[in-house]
Design a protein around this ligand. Structure first.
Ligand code: ADP
Ligand code: MG
Length: 766
């Protein structure tokens, strides 16, 4: 299905990448302005900055401002990156090339053109670091910059968003958007209207994490039904009443199991279209019963269920399982369900990003996802050359037959490098592997630092030392990303380490995409430094066994090393399969989400109009003129408009939350039917996505009708006085508490989301 253009582009080895020619043309005029700008006083430079609206002029004053503020004169290539971002592209610039500064100049340029910019950072630590680091540059350009993080109060957030440039982690921006969705008053809004979005580590945000939902939940709950379902699930027997798939990722009722449950539920037909909710709740209870194990997947502490994060191996604070599973586990453990966490709204990063009219970004590894950036976001890539050529020596993969052979060889490689004093950075796929390997290294007398379960700031500080002489650092993917690894560390001699060959990166297994391999390699050889990289792969690695299961057996030497070119081809093939699967997952998930995102936008636009204008009362004046006339005697106009607004918003928000839950049930139900469990009333003619969209379109029609009818009903019957409407009496209480979380793992995934889990397990970040 790939277009001719993309095939040609792939042939040219630059999928989705743009030409730099028009940016290069601007460099000479920028250079020509340099001497004159140097002669300006600070105030004159600030005045020149305020007057700069052309891209070239922005680069010229930006270069001078950075030189004065940081003592770093932006290289030509950094300005090329700035220009690409100012043209709405994703700049691919290798690690250590100085993207922070390039991005800041682009942000300032957008501000000078009259925009407001949000810079998406990977985490709190980097949002703060970059805002504070670039602050002096922005100052000289007359641009206000701010940052916000998890701990920021609503007032701090409002102020931060109001600045010209605001640095914030992806999840916090998403949560603020969701919380604003519930605002009952204009004064409660926190975010600013989406304008320009500049994304750091753009491939992580736009591809790797694009489909992870950010969730806003509120107090609600149906503990009784949860207990009943837990009780039924507890009575079912393996194989007879339910089956578990090989990967222990999913559990299904058998016919016999369904009959038992149906009897317990007063003889209902579980697979009838009207019972989707019941079927889903039962499946959730069964999942909690069978697939989640106490002290492995969760612990019970102080009467509460707390998740153990599988990739980090620690208790994950503030994380919950989605869609009632949390309550189901609590019911299984006989705990008083805390709050089943009715989902009020949720949004994926992908949908969040698509709210912004202008999107640009930067990352070290974009080209490999060029097709996805184009397909899902309409983004082009500009490949910026390094300031000094990269001289890192990337060795071919070393292949082994078994995992044990591979680890043996890794330890040998580390010992050899360490013996000379050369620093080594090991990249592992998950926490378990990193700990096992650290144990092996310690046994071999090679002390190392392991990066996991640290907070972002600590992690960054440790990674910064990974270039020190003799350092051995074992890290999981993403650990300390965004941190510069300088040869010599923060105190040592860079020349000494350079003479030893620079930082050696050892990959303990190839990732599910070559892009992630390259992220790891890129930690070495920054800014023309010497460096090296090598990956060790075993034919028993999950990537190979799951993505190339039919690979023929290979011969190995006595120490287990495999040299046949066929084996190397198998590894490449497996990685390509994994990449293709991931793209397909993204595509499928997007097809499920696209309609609901359109609907959400329509609901939000309407909500915003209700919040900011008198539209609610005007609608009720048309539909309930007598009631309005009757109320006007005792209720002042402003209060009446407020009451109409609160009632409308109350019903809109309640109905949207219910709608999302029904849409989830629908999707799950269509999935179960498509698996052939229970009758499929649609036959094989319709594909699941089409079926989902067809039913969802009908449901949305019901949704709008129901909101209007319920609003009119409440307006007619609720007590409305000069004090406003009594919403509690009308059953329209707003949630007493809300909280936010990131769904790390959707356990009742459909086939592609289960495939996604398999892939993301390979990616080491469930
Ligand atoms: P990236 O995000 O591209 O990996 P950073 O923005 O973290 O890189 O910058 C890496 C290092 O390069 C930082 O220590 C920064 O101070 C330095 N740096 C950036 N631009 C310049 C420059 N023009 N001259 C000298 N050093 C620079
Ligand atoms: Mg960076």
């Amino acid at each position: 299905m790939t277009s001719l253009r993309s095939r040609v582009r792939r042939f040219l080895q630059q999928p989705g990448s743009a030409s730099l020619a028009r940016y290069q043309e601007l460099l000479a005029p920028v250079a020509a302005r340099e001497a004159a700008l140097r002669d300006l006083g600070d105030a004159e430079l600030a005045a020149a900055a305020r007057a700069a609206t052309e891209d070239g002029e922005i680069c010229a004053v930006g270069r001078e401002a950075a030189r004065r503020a940081l003592g770093e004169r932006p290289f030509d290539v950094q300005l090329l990156g700035t220009l690409a971002m100012l043209s709405g592209q994703v700049a691919e610039m290798a690690t250590g090339e100085g993207k922070t500064l390039s991005g800041a100049l682009a942000a300032a340029g957008y501000v000078r053109r009259g925009h407001r910019v949000q810079v998406m950072a990977v985490n709190d630590y980097l949002a703060r670091r970059d805002a504070e680091w670039m602050g002096p540059v922005y100052d000289r350009l007359g641009v206000t910059a701010s940052w916000l993080g998890q701990a920021s109060t609503p007032d701090e957030r409002r102020r931060a968003y109001a600045a010209d440039v605001c640095y914030a982690p992806v999840s916090e921006i998403g949560f603020d958007v969701l919380r604003d969705r519930l605002a009952a008053d204009v004064d409660d809004l926190v975010t600013a209207a989406p304008d320009v979005l500049l994304i750091d580590e753009a491939d992580s945000v736009l591809v790797d994490e694009a489909l992870i939902p950010l969730v806003l939940a509120g107090s609600a709950g149906d503990a009784e039904s949860g207990r009943q379902m837990a009780e039924i699930a507890g009575r079912l027997l393996p194989r007879l009443h339910y089956e578990v798939d090989d990967e222990r990722r999913n559990v299904y009722l058998t016919e016999a199991g369904a009959r038992i449950a149906e009897q317990a539920l007063d003889g209902i037909d579980l697979y009838a279209a009207g019972q989707l909710g019941t079927l889903t709740r039962l499946n959730v209870a069964l999942h909690a019963q069978v697939l989640l194990t106490r002290d492995v997947d969760y612990i019970v502490r102080q009467g509460r269920v707390q998740l153990v994060s599988p990739s980090r191996g620690r208790v994950a604070r503030l994380q919950r399982w989605p869609d009632g599973l949390h309550a189901a586990v609590e019911a299984k453990e006989g705990l008083l369900a805390t709050d089943s966490g009715e989902i009020l709204d949720s949004i994926t990063t992908q949908a969040l990003v698509r709210r912004y009219p202008v999107v640009c970004g930067m990352t070290g590894t974009a080209v490999a996802v060029g097709e996805q950036l184009r397909e899902f976001y309409g983004l082009e890539i500009a490949v910026i050359p390094p300031n000094r050529p990269c001289i890192r020596a990337d060795q071919p993969d070393r292949l082994y037959r078994t995992a044990a052979d591979k680890e043996e060889a890794v330890v040998g490689e580390v010992a050899a490098a360490h013996g000379t004093g050369r620093p080594v950075l090991l990249g592992t796929l998950d926490v378990a592997e990193s700990e096992r390997l650290a144990g092996r290294l310690a046994e071999a007398g090679l002390p190392c630092v392991v990066l996991n379960a640290k907070n972002d700031a600590e992690e960054a500080a440790i990674v910064a030392e990974a270039g020190a002489p003799g350092a051995i650092t074992v890290s999981t993917q993403m650990a300390g990303r965004g941190t510069d690894i300088r040869l010599g560390g923060t105190g040592g001699d860079p020349e000494q380490v350079a003479r030893l060959g620079g930082l050696l990166v050892v990959g303990v297994g190839r990732h599910a995409s070559s892009r992630l391999d390259n992220q790891l390699r890129g930690r070495s050889g920054r800014q023309g430094d010497p460096g090296g990289s090598v990956f060790f792969v075993s034919m028993a690695d999950e990537l190979i066994t799951s993505c190339a299961p039919d690979a023929p057996p290979v011969d190995a030497t006595d120490d287990g090393e495999v040299t046949s070119p066929r084996a190397a081809a198998t590894v490449t093939h497996a990685q390509r399969v994994a990449e293709g699967t991931q793209l397909q997952i993204h595509r499928d998930t997007w097809r499920y989400n696209v309609l609901i995102e359109d609907q959400r936008r329509a609901v939000l636009d309407y909500r915003d109009e209700v919040l900011r204008t008198g539209t609610a009362l005007r609608a009720l004046e048309r539909s309930c003129p007598e009631r309005v006339a009757e109320l006007r005697e005792a209720v002042p106009d402003g209060v009446l408009a407020g009451a109409a607004r609160q009632i409308t918003l109350g019903h809109l928000d309640r109905a949207w939350s219910e709608y999302l839950a029904r849409a989830g049930d629908l999707r799950e139900g269509i999935h179960l039917r498509s698996l052939g469990h229970g009758p499929n009333p649609f036959g094989a003619a319709l594909n699941p996505v089409e079926e989902f969209n067809r039913e969802l379109t009908g449901m949305f029609g019901d949704f709008t009708g129901e909101v209007t009818a319920a609003t009119e009903e409440t307006f007619r019957t609720a007590p409305i006085t000069a004090d406003g409407a009594d919403l509690a009496a009308a059953g329209l209480k707003r949630p007493s508490a809300t909280w936010t979380y990131v769904v790390q793992d959707n356990p009742f995934g459909t086939d592609f989301s289960r495939a996604a889990q398999a892939i993301s397990r390979l990616l080491g970040r469930r």
